[in-house]
Design a protein around this ligand. Structure first.
Ligand SMILES: C[S@@+](CC[C@H](N)C(=O)[O-])C[C@H]1O[C@@H](n2cnc3c(N)ncnc32)[C@H](O)[C@@H]1O
Length: 293
């Protein structure tokens, strides 16, 4: 179905009221974008921050006449005639395919490849994870996942039990199994992630060695030699005592999903339980590793 979109500039004080008006006008979806490249990384719970200069993009069916919509917006007391806007035709694309077209096999470290399930495997002799992320996070293209995959590639998994905390697509859990782990437990708060991890384990024929849990279902005595958690700095801090409890003395830990400026503070916090290494970085993101005391 073809669409048309109205793109207009506003500020954080008026973005909600204008969005409400556009929904009343029949907009099918509203997207708020950063007007000046000022990223917002990790809002605190209950906070929905917006950029000082916010761009609203409202999508309508192609035959919707947007000129009267703009006139009615201009009549709002906090908008006025100076409203800056653009009306754009949206190309009718197969969005799902478009995303798939841009996802190619990627190599991590020395031996590990993540291969989209619809692509040819570039090196059949390598350790290949065949992946379809479905609706879950984790393709390997994000620096936080890449940092974990590079770390996993360098480990010896002989006779090792692993926990993947926040397993998303199951990318790390399946990679650990393909690299030789004895058994992996994946935990996620999102049921879609549990489903995606299960499907990816089956795709790679490692389903017999993977147990998946929602947090409330995980066994109390779950213990691992290696624990990897790619979540965010906030939850990683809150989960620290629980994570520490699940790693055997001498066991290995990797934390990802934190920003560079959060690395030092989180590393100090975890040093209560782990001997922490220097952080590793990729773009704006960091990975912490350590050994359980
Ligand atoms: C950034 S994704 C990581 C996915 C995958 N492990 C990767 O590295 O690409 C974070 C995942 O953690 C899950 N998550 C967030 N908070 C969690 C919590 N408190 N306990 C378990 N899982 C959590 C999310 O649902 C999401 O699937």
């Amino acid at each position: 179905m073809p669409w048309i979109q109205l793109r207009l500039d506003t500020d954080n004080a008026h973005a909600d009221a204008i969005s409400d008006q556009l929904m009343e006008e029949g907009s099918l979806s509203i997207t708020l974008e950063d007007g000046q490249d000022t990223p917002i990384y990790e809002p605190t719970l209950g906070e929905t921050p917006l950029w000082a200069h916010t761009v609203i993009v409202a999508l309508f069916e192609a035959d919707h006449d947007l000129i009267p919509v703009v006139d009615r917006l201009k009549a709002l007391p906090f908008v006025g005639d100076s409203l800056s806007y653009k009306i754009e035709q949206v190309e009718d694309k197969d969005w799902e395919r478009e995303w798939m077209d841009n996802f190619h096999p990627i190599k991590f470290g020395e031996r590990l490849w993540i291969c989209p399930s619809w692509r040819e495997i570039p090196d059949p002799t390598a350790v290949n994870v065949i992946l379809d992320p479905g609706l879950a996070f984790g393709t390997g293209t994000h620096p936080t996942t890449a940092l974990c995959l590079e770390w996993l590639d360098g480990l010896d998994f002989t006779d090792k039990k692993v926990i993947d905390f926040g397993c998303g697509s199951g990318i790390l859990a399946v990679a650990a199994l393909k690299l030789g782990a004895q058994y992996v437990s994946g935990i996620d708060i999102d049921y879609q992630a549990i489903e995606a991890s299960k499907a990816n384990a089956e795709r790679n024929q490692v389903q017999d060695k993977l147990a998946l849990y929602l947090p409330e279902d995980q066994p109390d005595d779950l213990l691992a030699d290696i624990l990897v958690a790619n979540i965010l700095a906030g939850p990683l801090r809150a989960l620290a005592p629980l994570i520490a409890e699940k790693v055997t003395p001498g066991g290995q830990l990797a934390l990802s999903g934190l920003l560079k400026e959060q690395a030092l503070e989180l590393s100090e916090f975890y040093s209560k339980w782990f001997i922490m290494d220097e952080p590793a970085h990729k773009d704006d993101w960091s990975r912490l590793t350590g050994i359980r005391k």
